[in-house]
Design a protein around this ligand. Structure first.
Ligand code: GLN
Length: 310
């Protein structure tokens, strides 16, 4: 693992300075709390599999995890259903935006767990019974991935639940197809709470590292999910994690990742490290503009591209 010493010495504040000048993009305005985000926020963190965590300035600024929660919801659903989630959700990229009102033709299944339809279902498949129970189970699971106690931003959860009309539509569509077994409103409530979990770049990097390390949190030492679950999740991040920008991402960054409308990006470089960036201005696909540039630089500097020949 020759890249570990280089990553341990990597200057994240210098990278932050490099990407801060990157303009463009728009801050998401789907809920008031996201619209109020500081467009100048930029935080970066690296979590190595030996337990070392490196951070830049602003890596401790909290933000709502939003869609960066999707890989972890998928992991928990795989764990709690004993793998049955793989029969209930597709794993093919859609080439469409995250909230497209579309299910798999023929099966009525969500196309993959990284788009909203799939994440609404994974959030419904975890153990816990009712809305409170499933939300608590998700929070416990995410906290294990992060190695610290995480909480829900209740204002954000309320807004997501109230204003997420496309998510309500998707939940009803899945009810009609018979693929969602819990009530549509309950499914949206749990998914909204999961999107509203407060993280910072540091916590998100450790979460990515737990997947990169085959399911073992490198900081706490806890085995959070079996290695096979981590491998399944990272595979789907690679093909579907950046929605209709996944192909371009794979070519230019080459590291499995998940983007989110809060401007957070989580990266899992298998066997090497986890990383996270947050910067709210987004491109057309809902990917952080500075986040993409930072991830491209990180991948090039640390030789992380999974298809790069070393
Ligand atoms: N809360 C957002 C939603 O469902 C999350 C979307 C995202 O981060 N891409 O709609």
């Amino acid at each position: 693992m020759s890249r570990t010493p280089e990553a341990r010495a990597y200057d994240l504040d210098a990278l932050r300075e490099r990407v801060l000048g990157e303009g463009g993009g728009t801050v998401d305005d789907s809920i008031p709390q996201l619209a109020a985000a500081d467009p100048g926020l930029c935080g970066l963190a690296l979590a190595l599999l030996d337990g070392t965590v490196r951070t830049s300035a602003q890596a401790d600024v909290p933000f709502s995890v939003q869609s960066a929660v999707k890989p972890f919801l998928f992991a928990l659903a795989l764990l709690d259903t004993g793998g049955r989630a793989l029969d209930l959700i597709g794993i093919e990229p859609t080439g469409e935006s995250f909230d497209a009102i579309k299910l798999e033709t023929g099966t009525g299944r969500p196309p993959n767990p990284m788009v909203n339809a799939g994440a609404l279902l994974t959030a419904a498949l975890v153990d816990g019974g009712d809305v409170e129970g499933r939300t608590a189970r998700i929070l416990r699971g995410l906290s294990a991935f992060a190695g610290q106690d995480l909480g829900v931003d209740e204002d954000v959860a309320r807004s997501e639940h109230l204003l997420g009309d496309r998510n309500h539509a998707l939940a009803h569509l899945m009810r009609a197809e018979g693929t969602l077994e819990v009530g549509a409103d309950d499914a949206v409530a749990v998914y909204a709470a999961a999107c509203a979990v407060r993280v910072d770049a540091r916590a998100l990097a450790v979460m990515g590292a737990t997947l990169a390390g085959g399911g073992v949190n490198p900081v706490s030492g806890e085995r959070v999910v079996p290695a096979g679950v981590a491998r399944d999740v990272v595979s789907v991040m690679a093909t579907c994690g950046v929605y209709d920008g996944s192909g371009r991402w794979m070519r230019s960054v080459g590291v499995p990742a998940k983007s989110s409308v809060s401007g957070g990006i989580v990266l899992s470089a298998p066997g090497v490290l986890g990383a996270a960036v947050v910067s709210p201005p987004l491109d057309e696909q809902g990917t952080s503009v500075r986040g993409r540039v930072a991830c491209e630089a990180l991948s090039a500097d640390l030789d992380l591209h999974v298809f790069g020949v070393r």
